[in-house]
Design a protein around this ligand. Structure first.
Ligand SMILES: [Fe+2]
Length: 305
């Protein structure tokens, strides 16, 4: 007899064989899907103590879109307790303490002028192309949830675009189901080793773009960066990636949400696709985001049929 978790995987709409289940799930998913970023935002009175009513409203959105945005009145308060309390409310417990994170596992994304950080794009004011977080992690340490909390916005620029990875999956599968087949291959995306001063920070890693994880949920590894990425040369993969590129860069798309986050706002997500525009700081407004990556998904956001 199969247990619930096994059933969730076998009946996953993300497996190509499950065409009927996929269609049913897709139709439900696209019904009343938000069309504006404002529809993802819920104001909260106390971000460290989100009320049941506020939580239900946020969860309702996250169940639909894999993401939601809280808007608290904490302004530029840099307390790490804010994003940690929000994550706790959403059942996130397995934080990824990556090597540049603070002791509590949060990463402060600000422009770094010195040290090792300045060599990495997140710590510069440069744009970051579409990606999901931790695509270079080992397959057993994938990032399933990504939260951002805004302490300060830049003097100019620094907006984000976000897109539900399940929507990217639907648009690709509708165009050609064999694109999904191609992108589920384990050797589709290779990340070369990260070696700094003869020390291997990360070995070479290969893996799929789309995979079906625990409980049958969809996971996506992707970056639009062309540097330091080895894509499979399989013509079907090349075509699928071109199609994904078009989906993400479609300026008319109703599925790409764009916004400039204000201090006190935060994104809670199942590691959806996102980018960042370039920005400039001044003395008063130096962009500061807290980033938290988790190995678990937001609680109670599994696919629904
Ligand atoms: Fe990111």
């Amino acid at each position: 007899m199969k247990n619930n978790a096994q059933l969730k995987i076998t009946n996953s709409p993300f497996l190509l064989d499950n065409d009927d289940i996929y269609r049913r799930w897709r139709d439900k998913k696209l019904t009343n899907y938000p069309t504006k970023i404002d529809e993802l935002v819920i104001e909260v009175k106390d971000s460290k103590n989100i009320s049941n009513k506020e939580y239900k409203a946020l969860l309702n959105i996250a169940q639909k879109t894999n993401m939601t945005i809280y808007f608290g009145n904490t302004g530029t308060d840099p307390s790490p307790e804010i994003p940690l309390a929000v994550a706790n409310r959403f059942g996130l417990g397995q934080i990824n303490k990556n090597w540049l994170a603070n002791g509590n596992g949060l990463t402060s994304l600000t422009v770094a002028n010195k040290g090792v950080r300045k060599n990495y794009i997140p710590y510069t004011n440069r744009p970051i192309n579409w990606h999901t977080d931790g695509y270079y992690n080992a397959l057993f340490e994938q990032i399933r949830a990504l939260n951002l909390h805004v302490v300060q916005k830049a003097a100019e620029g620094g907006s984000n675009q976000i897109m539900d990875h399940e929507i990217a999956y639907i648009l690709l599968r509708e165009k050609d189901p064999s694109y999904i087949y191609a992108l589920m291959d384990h050797n589709v995306m290779m990340i070369p080793a990260n070696i700094q001063e003869n020390v291997v920070i990360r070995p070479e890693r290969s893996g799929p773009v789309f995979s079906v994880g625990p409980e049958g949920n969809l996971h996506m590894r992707y970056t639009a960066r062309t540097k330091n990425i080895g894509w499979s040369e399989n013509p079907l993969v090349v075509e699928a990636i071109e199609c994904l590129h078009k989906i993400l860069n479609d300026t008319e798309s109703k599925f790409v949400f764009k916004g400039l986050f204000e201090p006190g706002m935060g994104l809670i997500s199942n590691n959806v696709l996102h980018d960042r525009s370039s920005f400039s700081d001044n003395k008063e407004k130096k962009r500061h985001y807290y980033r938290a990556r988790y190995f678990d998904r937001l609680a109670n956001t599994s696919y629904q049929i």
